[in-house]
Design a protein around this ligand. Structure first.
Ligand SMILES: [Zn+2]
Length: 258
């Protein structure tokens, strides 16, 4: 994680022709990060020109990256003053009508025929963008909001924690935003995904009846059954709390499966 004070921008050191990094500032919780707005119809991430003039020295420096295949670091704000680095990222195209560059994780493999991108390629592009751009940022923001501890059992080992989606990210409204996320340990994440544990819109934990009366070892007893009825640990910022509509929708799925 990198702390710096600059906001959005293109970093081109003097003496070099090409840029070294691009930056997108932090977006407040609940709003889609800017990179989400900057995806083209083909699914590839975009980066807007700096200013309106396509020939500023910074925009020319990105064009130099496109022409030479030089990699960039993409710094994405995950909280105020803190940036998550995505590396490498390449400039693989430019649309001057829309004042933007096309970004990708590999310079050589990308298709240049934006308009004729096929459905199969688009699916691949969206999957890669989700895994390499959205998911790490989402995880970083959710961990930060929940103080890197499980909302259900308070386990505080980052290696054992996941940023769980309330509404699955395969659905159109399964956005990678903090109000659609909860920090859960691996066991509670799996229990949540498998509908063995639900979370009501009043933030109470509900353990499925089929588990509640089972007799087994300490993990079932202390890790799951004893959590029934407890209230999840919420982020300090109300804007980062789980969205009640999403919880309600997800809880009805849990009830149907229980
Ligand atoms: Zn847990």
């Amino acid at each position: 994680m990198i702390r710096q004070t600059r906001g959005r921008g293109i970093n081109k050191p003097s003496g070099l022709d090409a840029a070294l990094s691009i930056t997108t500032a932090f977006t407040p919780f609940g709003r889609l990060p800017p990179y989400e707005d900057l995806e083209g119809d083909d699914g590839y991430p975009r980066y807007k020109y700096e200013g309106t003039d396509p020939n500023t020295f910074t925009n020319r420096a990105l064009r130099a990256c496109r022409d030479t295949g030089l990699p960039l670091v993409y710094f994405i704000g995950v909280r105020r003053g803190t940036y998550f680095p995505v590396y490498p990222i390449f400039i693989v195209g430019e649309d001057s009508n829309r004042s933007e560059f096309t970004l990708w994780f590999n310079w050589t493999e990308v298709s240049r025929s934006d308009s004729s991108t096929r459905a199969l390629e688009k699916r691949y592009v969206l999957r890669e963008t989700r895994a390499r751009l959205h998911q790490p940022i989402f995880r970083e923001q959710v961990m930060n909001a929940y103080g890197s501890s499980c909302a259900v059992c308070r386990l505080a080992h980052t290696e054992l924690l996941d940023a769980a989606h309330i509404i699955d990210d395969s659905k159109p409204h399964g956005d990678p935003v903090v109000p659609n996320g909860i920090a859960l340990c691996k066991i509670h994440h799996a229990a949540f995904d498998q509908n063995m544990m639900g979370i009501r819109e009043d933030f109470r934990v509900v353990i499925s009846p089929r588990l509640l009366h089972e007799v087994d070892g300490p993990m079932l007893k202390h890790g799951l059954q004893e959590m029934h009825g407890s209230r999840i640990n919420l982020p300090r910022r109300v804007a980062a709390h789980p969205d009640k509509d999403r919880l309600e929708e997800r809880f009805s799925e849990f009830l149907n499966a229980s």
